[in-house]
Design a protein around this ligand. Structure first.
Ligand code: DAH
Length: 347
């Protein structure tokens, strides 16, 4: 029996040494220590021993059991640690693999141009102001000296909200002139960019919604020379020193005198022709109209409580899309609103 016990111990130890997984260890526990295990089988023979031998063998058997149990625990812990180690190794992050880069967007070309124009005017001392797109006809027309029956008031041109035609989507940013002059004393020097709306079918150069940038400067001794200076400075900064401009007489009800400013066409350089064909960018004109401007009409000043004998001023309104088309060198305005990333990514 003594030999049996010694043999069980040796076998158990060897087997446990080699076991690697928790499952193998459990199998060995059953084999050696279980109810039907080898050690139990030996103990069952205790009855055959003499009363003197019994306690000695009992002690020995208990010692063997204790040793096997101890080894089992030790190996279990080792198997556990090894499993954890393997798991950690397989799940480890390789921090040296290059990451997936995040694609950053950028400002829309329209906003880029707008920001640039704002920066230039802020640099000249202008203040940026904002106003309502849903406007009163009073501000959009009447106070700007646009009389009843003027074609621009027509329902076929303007989006009205009310049957009496008193509330509308502003057709121009010029009502901001009135809003500012009614609330501030000269000197006034503001820039008012924003959306405007007209009942136009969309085509290469028209959209029912577009953007204007209104400018207004009121002080003593303001002249047309100041107007030209401000606008020429802007255009040369935006389009380069070589940009060629012209001022052309025009009529607007809210300015007197009034003018329009054109820029020489960047496609045909003023000739109106490209490769013997009529230039498609300026339609053969050689010039592209950029804005309307003029000296604020005395009636408009008076209506806002500003003395036209003491103060004078200039105003201008430019189309932002027109400015952006020139900057981005595109000839279809709809590209600006389509927001196709293949287009936008070019700027
Ligand atoms: N509001 C005019 C338009 O929509 C543009 C304009 C012309 C604005 C003359 C002005 C100006 O401030 O003085 O066509």
């Amino acid at each position: 029996m003594k030999e049996q016990l010694a043999q069980i111990k040796q076998q158990a130890m060897e087997a446990l040494q080699q076991a690697q997984t928790p499952a193998q260890l459990e199998e060995l526990r059953v084999r050696f220590l279980g109810k039907k295990g080898e050690l139990t089988a030996v103990l069952k023979q205790m009855g055959k021993l003499s009363p003197e031998e019994r306690p000695v063998m009992g002690q020995l058997a208990n010692a063997v059991r204790a040793e096997i149990e101890e080894m089992l625990e030790k190996q279990k812990a080792a198997a556990h640690a090894a499993a954890l180690e393997a798991k950690l190794a397989s799940e480890a992050l390789d921090v040296t693999i290059p990451g997936k880069s995040v694609v950053l967007g950028h400002a829309h070309p329209m906003n880029q141009v707008l920001q640039q124009i704002k920066d230039l005017f802020v640099g000249m001392g202008y203040q940026i102001v904002d106003g309502p797109e849903v406007e009163l006809a009073d501000y959009n027309f009447t106070k700007l000296n646009i009389e009843e029956g003027h074609p621009s008031r027509d329902r076929s041109d303007t989006f009205y909200f009310t049957d009496d035609d008193s509330v509308l989507l502003r057709t121009q940013t010029s009502p901001m002139q009135i809003r500012v002059m009614e609330n501030a004393k000269p000197p006034i020097c503001i820039l008012a960019p924003g959306r405007v709306y007209r009942k136009d079918e969309a085509d290469a150069t028209h959209s029912p919604m577009f953007h204007q940038i209104e400018g207004l400067v009121i002080d003593e001794h303001i002249t047309m020379g100041d107007l030209k200076g401000a606008l020429v400075t802007l255009m040369k900064k935006l389009y380069g020193e070589e940009a060629v401009m012209r001022f052309r007489p025009h009529h607007f009800p809210f300015t007197e005198p009034s003018c329009e400013m054109d820029m020489q066409c960047h496609k045909c350089h003023g000739t109106g022709e490209v490769d013997g064909q009529v230039c498609s960018t300026c339609h053969g004109e050689g010039w592209i109209e950029l804005l309307g401007a003029g000296m604020v009409h005395p009636k408009v000043l008076e209506g806002c409580g500003i003395d036209p004998e003491k103060y004078s001023g200039f105003a201008f309104g430019m189309g932002l899309e027109r400015m952006a088309m020139r900057r981005t060198r595109i000839n279809d305005l709809r590209l600006i609103f389509d927001n196709d990333v293949r287009f936008l990514n070019q700027f």
